[in-house]
Write a protein that binds this ligand. Structure first.
Ligand SMILES: *[C@@H]1O[C@H](CO)[C@@H](O)[C@H](O)[C@H]1NC(C)=O
Ligand SMILES: *[C@@H]1O[C@H](CO)[C@@H](O)[C@H](O)[C@H]1NC(C)=O
Length: 270
């Protein structure tokens, strides 16, 4: 995972230098929490491009150059954990390099999930009608919502008779990080002061860009058990892209700037 700024820049520079079709204007944008080094590289790069732009002799290059550059970029992409997207616009081309989130082959559950928006699943909901997730035909991946807002499963034992059920189900071992991909986690149901009285079948979990999680729920062993949604994690839905949602005690959650390197997207119009 991850690609250094230098690598990235070299991809971009190669793309910029070998295309040489510099008609029209270009725009250079950066969304970044990356390091100073990247910024410096970018300033250097803008100067390089400026030089290219002013050099009239470079203006009349063949289409072949472009084709080659594209090929080169595509090859580089295979080695990097980045996505290179080249779009032609008029006479110009937009190169976009983006961190590649789709590490799974084929389909990404972060993009294809069903929304589970049921107030009664909330950890602060005292059970009135008793629900049981055994009676649901679970199929595929789910994202939890509370009144339309993104929410997560609790990582701590929940009191009995909450979450619209008798024995609330919580996630053991916490949520994964994005770079963990799809993980398997145990699920426990609380009963009679035993936080794991019911060892429900494990589920798969994945962290997604945008601070939410998807869960591959399965039928619990018995009734009345149901998957919970922790209202304390509602704040996580408000975290920005460069932030992660974290908690020391698993009760109070807050957004924190991500230390992760290389969270950026670059666009270059040549
Ligand atoms: C590439 O970028 C263009 C313009 O930003 C966008 O419309 C297109 O969907 C992108 N393609 C991919 C595969 O991301
Ligand atoms: C549960 O928590 C949410 C979010 O803090 C709040 O809006 C709601 O009123 C609470 N529900 C109960 C029954 O306390």
């Amino acid at each position: 995972m991850g690609v250094s700024s230098i690598q990235l820049l070299s991809v971009l520079l190669v793309c910029a230098e070998s295309t040489k079709q510099t008609e029209g204007s270009y725009a250079l944008k950066m969304w970044s929490s990356a390091e100073q080094a990247l910024r410096e590289q970018l300033i250097f790069m803008s100067k390089e491009i400026e030089a290219l732009r002013n050099d009239q002799s470079l203006m009349k290059q063949k289409q072949e150059d472009m084709t080659q550059a594209m090929q080169h970029c595509t090859e580089m992409q295979a080695h990097a954990d980045m996505e290179v997207n080249i779009t032609s616009v008029g006479n110009g081309h937009i190169f976009t390099l983006e961190e590649n989130d789709d590490t799974d082959e084929g389909f990404d559950p972060c993009k294809r999930y069903k929304s589970l928006n049921q107030d009664w699943r909330a950890t602060n909901y005292t059970t009135k009608n008793v629900y049981c997730d055994r009676s649901t035909q679970w199929n595929g991946w789910y994202r939890l919502f509370y009144r339309g807002k993104s929410i997560q499963m609790p990582e701590l034992c929940v009191k009995m008779e909450m979450c619209g059920t008798r024995s609330p189900l919580w996630l053991v071992g916490g949520h994964p990080r994005k770079r963990d991909g799809i993980v398997t986690r145990k699920v426990c149901g609380h009963w009679n002061s035993n936080c794991c009285a019911f060892k429900s079948p494990p589920i798969q979990v994945k962290a997604c860009s945008g601070n939410y999680y998807v869960y591959k729920f399965v039928q619990p062993l018995a009734c009345h058990l149901a998957y919970c949604a922790d209202v304390n994690t509602l704040i996580c839905g408000k975290c920005r892209r460069n932030e992660i949602c974290t908690s020391k005690d698993k009760i109070k959650w807050y957004c924190k700037k991500s230390k992760r390197r290389g969270k950026y997207k670059l666009s270059l119009y040549i």
